[in-house]
Design a protein around this ligand. Structure first.
Ligand code: CP
Length: 347
């Protein structure tokens, strides 16, 4: 069994993502992550178990008896939410997931309010959290930081898990579970495909399912990066690059819209100079979407989806946000080894 304690940081860092997977697994539970850092850790079995667990938690949380049972599972655990980037949904969905499972929690949302302001390194700050908490849930713009922290913590005298993944796949699984499942589908991604992290992870996660065609619709400056396409080619996934949203919508089972991520601009006004008017979903696109199709968006949105679409039953983005809470509850419960116990509740 590969262990983070058996590999030097620079050797681990150099591995391809798929080769890192066994190092991040829980050695005591079959196909279960300990640290959750990227999409390459999830295969179909794990995704389907997580979705089943999220469904179970969602149904249990509807009754007082079920909700109290869930709350009784993890009162002995504490989670630190370390968010050094602005966030509403990711932060609140994880916080709500902690509350559902009875974990207590703390948060740092601005390095200026922590001892990083006094010059403490990010690494020391995170080691400090591990003295008081049993899990770190983090969002950071620093590439590789979560991985490095996972390695550091696993090699410390107090190893605790780190979670940073996003799992929009649950909304797709739920949307098609009574309509033949997530296979033989066309999923269109539209918007800023170059810088949106959710696009990267969802594109990869979809490769776990049979015959999912992926279409990438964006202005040339914001098209999906070559490394994402290289993965699709290596896995034999059919894909298309397009600049025509309307045509793509009419052929799609799911349309995943994204906002222009101008917070990553290298120079002032860089994104504002890109012509994005053809990459918005409105009343005309809604008419073209097949009756069983769905519209997704990780939110927050600006004007990529007109508000006139919000009441259409195919608009899944609000449900997608709530699904984030259920799937995160499932991931936290699974990380702490409570999958079986929850699945057996009431059996
Ligand atoms: N989708 C998403 O990550 O939203 P927040 O930035 O509000 O967390």
């Amino acid at each position: 069994m590969a262990k983070l304690t058996d590999v030097a940081w620079n050797e681990f860092e150099a591995l391809p993502l798929e080769a890192k997977r066994p190092y991040l697994a829980n050695p005591d539970l079959p196909n279960t992550p300990y640290h959750t850092l990227f999409a390459q850790q999830f295969d179909r079995d794990l995704l389907e178990r997580l979705a089943a667990l999220a469904n179970r938690i969602r149904f249990m949380a509807k009754s007082k008896e079920g909700a109290l049972y869930l709350k009784s599972l993890l009162p002995h655990k504490r989670a630190m939410l370390y968010f050094s980037q602005p966030s509403s949904r990711t932060f609140l969905s994880h916080l709500a997931a902690c509350q559902i499972l009875g974990l207590t929690w703390g948060s740092v949302r601005d390095a200026a309010t922590s001892s990083e302001f006094k010059g403490e390194s990010r690494e020391d700050s995170i080691r400090t959290f591990s003295s008081y908490f049993d899990m770190i849930i983090m969002r950071t713009p620093e590439k590789g930081l979560a991985e490095q922290m996972a390695w550091e913590l696993s090699n410390s005298y107090r190893p605790i898990p780190i979670i940073q993944a996003l799992l929009d796949i649950y909304t797709l699984l739920r949307s098609f579970e009574t309509k033949g499942g997530l296979r033989n589908r066309t999923v269109t991604f539209c918007g800023d495909l170059l810088r949106g992290r959710t696009v990267r992870s969802l594109s990869y996660l979809l490769t776990n399912f049979e015959n999912i065609r992926q279409v990438f619709v964006a202005p040339p400056e914001l098209q999906v990066p070559e490394d994402v396409l290289a993965i699709l080619r290596a896995k034999g996934v059919q894909y298309a690059i397009s600049g025509n949203l309307r045509e793509a919508v009419s052929l799609s089972d799911a349309v995943y819209m994204t906002r222009i991520q101008d917070e990553w601009d290298q120079s002032k006004g860089e994104s504002a100079r890109i012509d994005t008017h053809l990459f918005k979903f409105g009343a005309e696109e809604l008419k073209l979407l097949p009756p069983d199709g769905i519209i997704m968006h990780p939110l927050p949105r600006r004007d990529e989806i007109a508000t006139c679409c919000d009441r259409d039953p195919r608009a899944m983005y609000w449900r997608q946000m709530r699904n984030g809470m259920w799937i995160r509850s499932a991931l936290i419960a699974m990380t702490f080894g409570f999958e079986k116990q929850i699945m057996c509740f009431g059996a």
